[in-house]
Design a protein around this ligand. Structure first.
Ligand code: PRT
Ligand code: ZN
Length: 283
């Protein structure tokens, strides 16, 4: 069994379980909701706080974990980053009160910075030769300057609205983060094979993102021009319609391209254009 650590409750939980579901691995949660299992894959899920996931994976209690890169960087444990997942994107930034006339990093010398990420911040400040006093707090970091606990903050920023509503301004982006899969560096051959199988499924799901299956009817005398607009995976499928002189074209198009070619397809006489979602793509 591959033991997978996922966040119990929070911003990553639903998407982590959703990702497994897209890979056709449904998780049945036990009564105490700490452990889940699946009938679709030899896999067990441990539901944990995200802060604990790097440690559990490093210790081998879990074989892999789905966690924010920010936690991986902060905890700095012996784990391997095996896959970026593209969700829960955010950045770790320094922010100062809006009325500060900020000119550059030197401002942070001898200033108090409130944060839940002291390790990442200290590493950054040391590299830049800045000496600040770090105030480690576990939540509501953004209110620290207004209550006089700190002069500035270092925290996760996504849309930036939390900063604005606390009259703070983002001045330095220190790191980018997204959900990632981490793995223990000492997986057995069997577990590595299970992980490879899971990564293959994730790849097929990710490859399909944004791609659509498109079907349309085209007059035979315009086939060549229409096909030029539709590259497809290898090449489009062309099937004759029952109606003489017409064909049906099937192919794969990325949704970004679709909107730029749909007008041209119609100009060339294409009709009955159907766009269908794709669940998985194996290229
Ligand atoms: O209980 P547990 O410890 O498991 O959860 P948690 O409360 O520590 O974490 P949670 O669920 O809030 O977030 C989990 C992970 O989601 C984080 O570790 C990040 O990797 C990722 N993530 C993505 C975010 C955000 N976006 C985010 N916006 N985590 C937190 N925020 C918070 C941030 O702390 C700040 O308060 O949202 C606010 C900023 O958002 P904007 O949109 O106003 O800029
Ligand atoms: Zn946490």
């Amino acid at each position: 069994m591959l033991k997978v650590a996922v966040q119990k409750e929070g911003r990553l939980s639903e998407k982590s379980i959703g990702l497994l579901a897209e890979c056709d691995i449904k998780i049945i949660q036990g009564k105490r909701k700490l452990i889940g299992a699946s009938e679709d894959y030899p896999l067990e899920v441990l539901f944990l706080r995200d802060d604990d996931i790097p440690q559990y994976v490093a210790d081998g209690v879990a074989d892999i974990g789905i966690v924010g890169e920010n936690e991986v960087l902060e905890k700095d444990k012996n784990v391997k980053l095996v896959k970026r997942l593209g969700f829960a994107k955010c950045r770790l930034s320094l922010a100062v009160p809006q009325d500060i006339d900020y000119k550059g990093l030197d401002w942070f010398n001898n200033k108090r910075i409130a944060t839940s990420y002291p390790h990442i911040l200290q590493k950054f400040l040391s590299e830049k030769g800045i000496t600040s006093k770090l105030e480690e707090i576990s939540g509501s970091v953004e209110i620290a300057p207004s209550i006089g606990l700190a002069d500035s903050i270092f925290d996760i920023v996504s849309s930036g609205s939390t900063l604005v509503s606390n009259r703070l301004r983002e001045v330095e982006v220190v790191a980018q983060s997204e959900a990632v899969i981490i793995a223990s560096p000492t997986l057995t051959k069997e577990k590595q094979a299970l992980l490879d199988g899971l990564l293959f499924r994730i790849k097929t799901v990710q490859q399909s993102i944004g791609n659509k299956y498109i079907l349309l009817n085209a007059p035979n005398d315009k086939l060549a021009e229409i096909i030029k607009l539709l590259p497809g995976m290898k090449s489009p499928t062309v099937l004759p319609l029952h109606l003489k002189g017409w064909s049906s074209i099937h192919t794969v198009v990325h949704e970004k391209e679709f909107w730029s070619i749909v007008g041209k397809l119609k100009e060339h006489g294409a009709e009955g254009i159907l766009v269908i979602p794709i669940e998985k793509m194996i290229i």
